[in-house]
Design a protein around this ligand. Structure first.
Ligand SMILES: [Zn+2]
Length: 453
């Protein structure tokens, strides 16, 4: 039949295609790229310059002194964007100059206000952007990163809560309808949560990220450690291809795989964002360090699950749950051996209704309250000796002449026995202390919590 002739023709076509592709490569035609846009993100310790590319490029970079400059040479690339339009305010870059060089190469020169240490790398496309060349310019005279040590306050130090808004900068996180972005929503929630903690005697909160810039996952942990955080909570919003999926979940780190398939999936996608940082991704593979890390992690894992349960209990009151128990997954951001850590997925930003709710100040406030209340409930039971909270819970008497008593405001869904168990006091004692005849309580009622012991 015609079969053999057909195959010969087919083979010939494939061969021709290969020749054509090879010719394109040799002529350099396929490799030519355009710089289509430039963005600048300013973080507390560095400036991130991002070039939007039409395709991947080869590049080199170096610095020059007197005056300080950073030079970036990009092969076979044309500048297709206006350098003057780039917003350089709040960055140490005074000016960006660009010129074509021999063989269609592009040279960009950054005139700097101060000396910086550059690090450049390529980023592949994500949900929001295409191929990119990232140039991080690390400040050389960064403000001293010495952290004020927590004032000891006569053995009554504040409990430090590290609030970590996920993603940021080039990494938008999950994208919802109408330009609702995870990175923005979670920063708003983190800021609202900080306000609550800062108002609560015995607590102080720090924000791991306080702006629209990216912080690497291991850097997030080290910031928390530098501030001597007692608890680390990473705030996120989920996305799923099925837009109907909704609900919040709370995760802690697992050492041996994820506790469910969806936890595994989520951990993979959240961890992948670490590639965004481009630096210091993997833990250095020292066996002994690994063993020690695992040992100390087991201790904090238990605390993490306990705080996680308290937060989940609070979130249940304001939102549907995606998972009704604290899930375990291998999140890189939670791998702090010495700090109990949880990750809260506040809802599905891919669900239009939930996305809309998450972007309102009102719901953000509710989520903040849930994180706050859950955390407080945990520390009321397990605060470490040396903290003001521990001192108050153990019959702390006076501070500056004022009587300090713990109190708790009843919220919808609370029962008296639940409140008693949360604060580790007996039901009888709690009743007697508040002059209650029975177990009836009402929303908004303030209960005095008797000291333990
Ligand atoms: Zn996230």
């Amino acid at each position: 039949m015609h079969n053999s002739r057909y195959w010969i023709l087919k083979k010939l076509t494939i061969l021709l295609q290969w020749f054509f592709i090879a010719w394109l490569f040799c002529s350099g035609w396929v490799l030519a790229a355009d710089v289509e846009g430039i963005r600048v993100w300013r973080a507390p310790d560095h400036t991130r310059l991002v070039l939007d590319l039409s395709s991947q490029v080869s590049f080199k970079y170096f610095t020059l002194a007197n005056p300080h400059r950073v030079v970036i040479d990009i092969e076979n690339t044309t500048l297709k964007t206006k350098l003057k339009a780039v917003d350089l305010s709040s960055s140490p870059i005074k000016k960006i100059r660009g010129a074509a060089r021999e063989r269609n190469n592009l040279r960009l020169v950054l005139d700097m206000d101060a000396k910086v240490k550059p690090n450049a790398f390529l980023l592949s496309a994500n949900q929001q952007y295409g191929e990119r060349l990232v140039i991080d310019l690390f400040d050389q005279h960064a403000k001293s990163s010495v952290i004020k040590t927590v004032p000891q306050n006569n053995g009554r130090r504040d409990i430090i809560i590290a609030l970590d808004a996920g993603h940021g900068g080039e990494d938008p996180g999950a994208l919802g309808p109408r330009r609702i972005r995870e990175k923005t929503v979670v920063l708003d929630i983190a800021r609202a949560t900080k306000k609550l903690f800062d108002r609560q005697p015995g607590y102080r909160a720090i924000l791991i990220r306080n702006g629209d810039y990216y912080v690497g996952l291991s850097k997030r942990r080290s910031i928390a450690r530098k501030h001597r955080a007692d608890f680390f909570v990473s705030i996120h919003a989920d996305a799923f291809k099925d837009k109907r999926v909704q609900g919040s979940s709370v995760y802690t780190l697992s050492q041996s795989g994820a506790s469910s398939a969806s936890a595994k999936l989520l951990a993979d996608s959240e961890n992948r964002t670490d590639l965004i940082g481009g630096v210091d991704l993997s833990g250095k593979g020292d066996v002994l360090a690994g063993v020690l890390l695992d040992l100390s992690m087991t201790a904090t894992l238990d605390s993490s699950v306990k705080v996680g349960r308290e937060i989940l209990r609070e979130i249940k009151k304001i939102s549907k749950l995606h998972k009704s128990t604290v899930e375990h997954a291998g999140f890189a951001v939670l791998k702090s051996p010495d700090i109990p850590s949880v990750l809260v997925e506040t809802g599905f930003i891919s669900n239009p209704k939930e996305a809309k709710r998450l972007s309102t100040k009102q719901h953000q406030g509710k989520v903040a309250n849930a994180i706050f209340d859950g955390t407080i409930a945990y520390f009321n039971r397990y605060a470490l000796a040396g903290t003001r909270v521990h001192w108050m819970n153990n019959g702390g008497k006076t501070t500056g002449g004022l009587q300090v008593a713990m109190s708790y405001k009843i919220k919808s869904g609370d029962t008296l026995s639940e409140v008693a168990s949360r604060f580790s006091v007996s039901l009888t004692k709690l009743r007697r202390y508040n002059g209650l005849a029975g177990d009836k309580i009402r929303i908004g009622q303030i209960l005095k919590i008797p000291p333990r012991g």
